[in-house]
Ligand binder design. Sequence first.
Ligand SMILES: C[S@@+](CC[C@H](N)C(=O)[O-])C[C@H]1O[C@@H](n2cnc3c(N)ncnc32)[C@H](O)[C@@H]1O
Length: 207
Amino acid sequence: MSEHQAESMRHYYRIHAGIYDATRWTFLFGRKAILKKLPYEREVQQTLLEVGCGTGHNLSFLARRYPNFQLIGMDVSADMLAQAAKRLTRYSRRTRLLEKAYGTQPCALAPDAILFSYALTMFNPGWEAAIECAWNDLPPGGRIAVVDFHDSPSRLFRWWMSKNHVRMEGHLLPALQSRFRTEFLGIRPAWLGLWRYIMFIGVKEGN
Ligand SMILES: C[S@@+](CC[C@H](N)C(=O)[O-])C[C@H]1O[C@@H](n2cnc3c(N)ncnc32)[C@H](O)[C@@H]1O
């Protein structure tokens, strides 16, 4: 991620961080659903990294659901991380928040699972590198979980989303499936088909 790109993310979320949780539930569909699809027993010990963790919506759910998970949230926006830190106070012994851009070099955090929730469609450019980085950061048998926008039949809507840094051209799924074995896939319509979103859980095979 270039410094220019990182700065435009920081700028965008400086404005949006305060209203993020009040507004995003109306269109970031599938976030809880994919977390419920993760095939982990409640007591298992795993380290999960959420890339682009934002305000900690997913991490707080995971912290409640899995009492032995070590959770790491990484985000390029300090304003979003400030919201996450407030939300995760009670889980601070097993959560870490890192202000960092993901996708150019190994994260050196040894996660067992990596979650991208409505993050990868904002890595423009850089989504391919981020998928590759995730593959390198995971051990054999490690999991990637992705929930994100997929595509839209409306050119006007795609244009509007691009003005909000989101690319939704159906580009993520083929790349994910070429790198990871598909363990779960859902492609769902939203708002009467104005767009579709994907939920993907994949397993790293090989070394
Ligand atoms: C739409 S929000 C999603 C937040 C959260 N995952 C959720 O589901 O509510 C996208 C987040 O990704 C972060 N982000 C974008 N590019 C990033 C990068 N290269 N590395 C880390 N975070 C990034 C943004 O700052 C933002 O907080």
